[in-house]
Structures are given as C-alpha cells and as structure tokens.
Design a protein around this ligand. Sequence first.
Ligand code: PEP
Ligand code: MG
Length: 590
Amino acid sequence: MSFQLFGLPVSRGVAIGRAVLVASSRVDVAHYFVDDARVEDEIGRLRVARDAVAGELSLLKRDMPAEAPAELAALLDVHLMLLHDDSLTGATKQWIVERHYNAEWALSAQLEVLARQFDEMEDDYLRERKADLEQVVERLLRALAHGPDASFSPAPAVGARDFAGEDPLVLVANDIAPADMLHFKGGVFTGFVTDVGGRTSHTAIVARSLDIPAVVGAREASRIIRQDDWVIIDGDNGVVIVDPSPIVLEEYRFRQRQAELERQKLARLRHTPAVTLDGERVELLANIELPADAAAALEAGALGVGLFRSEFLFMNRGGELPGEDEQFEAYRAAVEAMNGLPVTIRTVDIGADKPLDRMSASELRHEHALNPALGLRAIRWSLSEPGMFRQQLRAILRASAYGKVRLLIPMVAHLSEAKLTMEALARAKQQLADAGKPFVDIEVGAMIEVPAAVLMLPAFLRYFDFVSLGTNDLIQYTLAIDRADEAVAHLYDPWHPAVLGLIASTIQQARAAGKHVSVCGEMAGDPAFTETLLGMGLRSFSMHPAQIAAIKQRILRSDARRCSASVRDLLLGGAGVPMEPAQRASTRNG
Ligand code: PEP
Ligand code: MG
C-alpha cells in the first residue's frame, strides 16, 4: 500500500530507490557492493565470522563458573541457536548473492528485517529476544572487523550509480551523525531520509554537499518504512512516498529527467563570471569538508574556498586527534588542489551537533551536555585546549607556504577570544620561525555567528582582517532555536526581521570599515536569498560546490540597485510591521 511521510526538504532533487534501513548505531558499517568474482569470498568471510562467534560462545559456556545462574547458560544457548538459524546467516547470505552487498551490510540489512518481525510478536518473551539477536549481530560484526580477511574490505567499493543491474538505493535511518555522512561520499546511496534533524543541522549540510536528495525530520520514517521498500524522496518538497503507484513513479521519473536537463544547462555557466545586470561583480566561493572536495569546488567554477570545515578531519578517530603533520598534509593538499586560489581554513568547530567520535548527535545532546549548542564548542573548545589549538595553527600556517591561505575563527563572542587567538597565533608563528619552518603572514577572519559579535562589530574589526557570516548559527542564536531540533524547525526562520537586520548590519559595517565580508552559511547557497543578500551589499558568497551554478544564474538575472531598494523596504517593513509567516513564504518562493 502506498503512503506518504513528510519532513524537511534539505537537499534538492528526486531520488527513487529501494530502502536500506540502517540502525543509527550501525550507520558506520561499511556499505559497498562486491562484484561477481568476490561473492564467494564474501560468503566465506561471513562463514569464518560465524564460526568464530560460535567458538566464542561455546567457550563462554564451557568456562561458566559453577555458581553462575542457570539462565546464563540458557541465554548462551539462545545466542547459539540464533547464530545458526537460517533466518540470520542463511538470509544474510542471500543479500550477498542476490544484491551483492558486502557481508557487514548484508548482516545489518537482515537484522533490520528480523528486528521488525520481533517487534510485531504478540508474545512478550519472544519479543524480548530481539535484544539477543542484536547482541549476536554485534558479535558477528566485530568478528568480521577483526577476522583474517578484515584487510580485504572495504577497498573495492563500487558506487550504486556504477553498479550495472542493481536497483538504486536510498538510506533510511533514525539519525546520522555528520561524521557518518562522510562515509557516504561517493558511496552507494542516491538519497537519504532520517527521522530527526533540522534544515541546517550538520547532517543536512553534509547531505547537501553530497548533492543527493534528502529529507530529514520525517519522524517515524525508519520505523514505518521496511527494508527493500520502493521509496521516492522528494528533496524539493520534503515528501517521502513509500511503495508508489506506477503513475506516481512515472511522474517522479519525469521530474528527475527534467532536473537532470536543468543541471546540464546550469553546468554551462561554469566559466561565466558572476556579474549582475548592472555590472556588479560577485565572488562565488566553495564550502568544503575534506581536501578531496577541492576538486568539486574547481569543477563548479568556484573562485576559492570560503569555508573549509576542518573539524571533519578530527572526527571518527576514537578520541585520537590528528597531529600537526597529518593536518598540515591535509591543508596543503587542499591548498595545492586549488591552484593558487584562496583557501579559508576554519579552525576546528567541534561540539553541539558535531561530536568528535561517532556518537550520534542526539546521543550527544541527551547524554553529555545540557545545552551543547550553548556549551564548549568552536573557538571556546580550541581555547580550552591550547596545545591542540597551537598545533592546528602551526599546521595551517605551514600550508600557507604552498598557496593562498586565510584563517577563520568560528563563533567569536568575546573580545578576550580575539585577543587569546592572536596571542596563540603569535606563539605558533614564533615556534615555526624557531624551527626554521616556512610560512607567510596570513589574513585572519572572524565568523559572525552570535548576535553579540554583530552588536560590537567595530571592536572585533580592530582584530580581524575579514568577517564571514555563519548564518546557520546566527539564526540559531538570535532566535534561540536549536538548528538540529526538528521539533522547533518551523521557528527557525532566516526571514525573521531580527535576523535580516543583523545580517544587513554586519555587511554594512564591514564594508564601511573596508573589510572583506562574506556569507558562508546555508543562506548563501539558497537562491531564495540571493537578491536580498545582494541588496544588502554582499559581494562574496560561499556555498557547497553543487549550488554555485544556480546562485550564479540568479546573480546574472539580478539588478543590484533594484535589490538594494527592495531590501530597504524589507528592512523597514521588518522593523515596523513584522511580516506574517505566510507572507514571508510567498516572498521566499518568488
Ligand atoms: C554557520 O553557522 O552558518 C556556518 C557556516 O558554520 P557551521 O554550519 O559549520 O556551524
Ligand atoms: Mg557555525
């Protein structure tokens, strides 16, 4: 039976594919296809893992102390029985043979199928056996990771788009941590749906950077959608259609083709300079998460990198941070790839919905800090770890010897943060000079993401050479709305007069002081805001490479003088008579 779910549209386009349900705790399981020649090997890996787990369980049973409760031995018997049950290992084998999933993926796919069956059981005792099944699968996954053939995987990953004969796949999960999204770069999924998340949560931002359709905050999606269901993800409207009828499917296939044609048309603008109808030149820069993204930035015609979110280098490392040399190599790779174009490297912005390890954002939110968005994140965290901070500063400075580097400091709110940052930078330079390591003097900018920074911008401008507006956080902190929380997503409003006033004020003050000002939040890559930002005087936009062409097209069709006049009206209207949400929505779509 066909049905629809509604969420927040976070990454444009339409994806049609079979659902792959992944439990949040297993999102980091490798997902790749194995080719025909490797199917037998993959089944072999599964067999070895199963035998290893059977051995482990038998040993545990054998060595059980005499005084151990009898239930424990019975429990181990249940685990052994589950392990050998055909519905687990036999069916997992089928996923490998028929779908060419790697063993870990096949196992987690089958776990999702069985978990549903357990959930639906009437008998309490049987329903509770789901936990046992999960423990057995955990053991199998561990055995696969440490098995004799562990080094075998996951190198020969084959992307879904390249795997002939396979149905396209879409990922359905309760939540995906931003770091886990990175696993999916160039991967097998052509779309995402999650139960939780906001429009500018970092999970949504990474989904946009992957340029594949995504809907977040679809509440019950991962509970209602079943493994292998056909799903349409409408990333323009935030709609998820499960088990669509042939007519609906055809309608969306048509929309996919139209979107592809539009994309090809836009790609022709790659070498066209972004100049408004009245001759105002606009700089379009790229936001990147990893050095490898620099290629996409160049491909899209970016004039540089306006935001390199360096924290992605720090994630998923089991608490071990990258050292100075490792960071230096990563920054140098990005700088060299950009061929002399500027690369703006932001110091690490860990915290809030970007945990260091692979704990999910919601786990982090609920278990570790009462209010992480207001807690120890961004420059606050860096200043609380002076050794780590200076190490990063040295690595960034060293990369400056290989191209044009700019340093960007996230979330400044106190002048003391500016002073301490400059002191740390001076020390890092001194250390490099003493060690005879080359670097050049780089420009230092502040991210304007907290209303306090706007309200005292002239004081901050005495310290910084440029500013970059982080509108994602600026909206969050101005309106007191957690950007990652779908429960308040309807109140996260970039058109709020207070938000527009702060953005306009920052642009105007920075320009008046002769300082370069850019916007690197998601508003910069959304064509609905292009004319408003142009009208406020903005001439530098930084966004995901995939959005550059659409923004350029909007700029080519805009008249900056007219935009300024409209913005004056908008700001006056905002200050006097606040617009109703419905009016704002119509402005947005216009
Ligand atoms: C922002 O806050 O707008 C921004 C660009 O930084 P991030 O999204 O990484 O917090
Ligand atoms: Mg930010």
